[in-house]
Design a protein around this ligand. Structure first.
Ligand code: SAH
Ligand code: SF4
Ligand code: F3S
Length: 435
């Protein structure tokens, strides 16, 4: 029988990149990828469990394949797989493989078991010091290449499932990261994005012993690489040398995603974030003091247990103070295994909705003003797409802004162009090509 697979991916960039590695592994094992589930005999779901909604989405998808998946092999991988483990077989008996990201190095062995007819294959151990690296990665984006530098998370934020779904931190050797960046440059990639749940705690396991700032700088020096980004940074481990590296090396993009979660030190303590608002603001000051303007983005959680009106005010006040380029905001969601489950004083869903709307409105006004200040500025873009309907091009600035512009050129994809900003809104910038 021909081995064909279809894969659906949920969740963060780490998951999206894991899927690229899983796809590459499957292709290397002789599978062919298909675009629709009905053409496949293996269906993979790479899942996310960060909030309850994300997890429910997965079970809804599985339910959908209860009948239409007959005769096919269903595989649940990723964070829901790790979190729910063998319970998935009870809830969805038509599933044959349940494996978390810490087991992907064993994927070929697990596939052999599936082919041998085993209908209850698992990969659920978190006891590993390995990372999932493969030369077979099948990348979706032809210009920007993701490279995982650290897997897992050693923090224990009170609301978060990630330490349970991805296990303890494991860093890759600096040599293997540099080697992958060079290989990507050779394939024509000019932008690298370094990935990890907390890239700042990267520790080179080899004798070279590089820290994150050194690795970042060195990736920015790989011949052919013009842009380097990284995500995510934890404020506790975000040190001044990272800002110094960005200042000194123009290939390092002027953008830092530094999730604050709350503007209230009291809530930050309850969240076990390991920093106060003041300590967070010190890091913002380092960036504001840099000679190159650095875009700063963040994540905000509203409605954490015990969050008062005063705490919410503190978050709004922090938004005004930092003036983020953009934020992601989330309603607190109760997650299995997490410390916050034990906290009293849960906030109602209705109240969380009220709070998130206030946060988003405040941020929208900030972005409206910030973006208007960019009018007339010339930005360098890496052109990444084209809108079929309008024929306009879209590219990204070093500060991680999307900019739309018109040009009669036949193909600009993957090239760098200069564009002057001519129109701005809260979420969008438009401009014209500068020759
Ligand atoms: N490792 C990253 C983020 C991982 S999850 C970091 O430390 O910043 C991405 C974002 O999801 C988090 O920053 C947080 O804002 C949000 N998030 C995580 N758990 C959540 C939960 N239980 N409810 C709501 N939002 C959550
Ligand atoms: Fe979750 Fe905190 Fe780890 Fe980020 S640092 S993945 S929020 S536990
Ligand atoms: Fe989701 Fe796992 Fe990423 S829970 S956000 S896919 S680390």
């Amino acid at each position: 029988m021909e081995k064909t697979f279809y894969i659906e991916t949920f969740g963060c960039q780490m998951n999206a990149h894991d899927s690229e590695k899983v796809v590459g592994t499957l292709l290397h094992e002789g599978f062919a990828q298909v675009e629709a589930p009905d053409q496949a005999n293996y269906i993979f779901f790479n899942t996310c469990s960060i909030r309850d909604k994300a997890e429910q989405k997965v079970f809804n998808r599985l339910q959908h394949f209860k009948n239409s998946g007959k005769g096919k092999i269903l595989a649940v991988i990723g964070c829901v797989a790790q979190q729910e483990g063998e319970k998935i077989f009870d809830r969805a008996p038509h599933v044959s493989l349940v494996a978390g990201s810490a087991s992907y190095t064993k994927l070929p062995e697990m596939l052999v078991q599936l082919e041998a007819g085993n209908r209850r294959v698992t990969g659920l151990s978190l006891e590993t010091d390995q990372t999932f690296d493969t030369p077979f990665t099948s990348r979706d984006n032809p210009y920007r290449g993701w490279i995982t530098i650290i897997e897992g998370c050693d923090k224990s934020c009170a609301y978060c499932v990630v330490p349970f779904t991805r296990g303890p931190e494991r860093s890759r050797t600096s040599a293997s990261v540099i080697e992958e960046a060079s290989r990507l440059a050779g394939l024509g990639y000019s932008e690298i994005q370094l990935l990890g749940q907390n890239v700042n705690s990267y520790r080179d396991p080899s004798p070279a012993g590089w820290d994150f700032a050194t690795l970042l700088d060195q990736v920015g020096r790989v011949a052919g690489i013009r842009r380097v980004r990284f995500t995510t940074s934890h404020p506790r481990d975000f040190v001044k040398p990272i800002v110094d590296a960005i200042e000194a090396n123009p290939n390092l993009c002027n953008h830092v995603h530094l999730p604050v979660q709350s503007g209230s030190s009291r809530v930050l303590e309850a969240m076990q974030r390991l920093y106060t608002r003041e300590e967070y603001m010190d890091r913002i000051e380092w960036m504001r003091g840099a000679r190159r303007p650095i875009a700063i983005t963040s994540d905000i959680i509203v409605g954490f247990p015990g969050e008062t009106e005063k705490d919410l005010e503190a978050t709004l006040d922090l938004l005004d103070e930092v003036k983020y380029d953009s934020i992601f905001s989330f309603k607190y969601s109760r997650r299995p295994n997490t410390a916050a489950l034990a906290l009293g004083d849960q906030i109602s869903e209705e109240e969380k909705t009220r709070r998130i709307v206030i946060v988003q409105e405040r941020q929208r006004a900030i972005q409206m003003r910030q973006n208007a200040e960019l009018l007339g500025e010339v930005e360098e873009l890496l052109v990444e797409g084209r809108y079929e309907s309008t024929g306009q091009w879209v590219g990204r600035t070093t500060r991680n802004r999307n900019l739309t512009f018109s040009s009669s050129a036949s193909d600009l994809l993957g090239t760098y162009v200069n564009v002057r900003v001519t129109r701005s809104g809260p979420n969008a910038l438009m401009g014209e090509l500068v020759n």
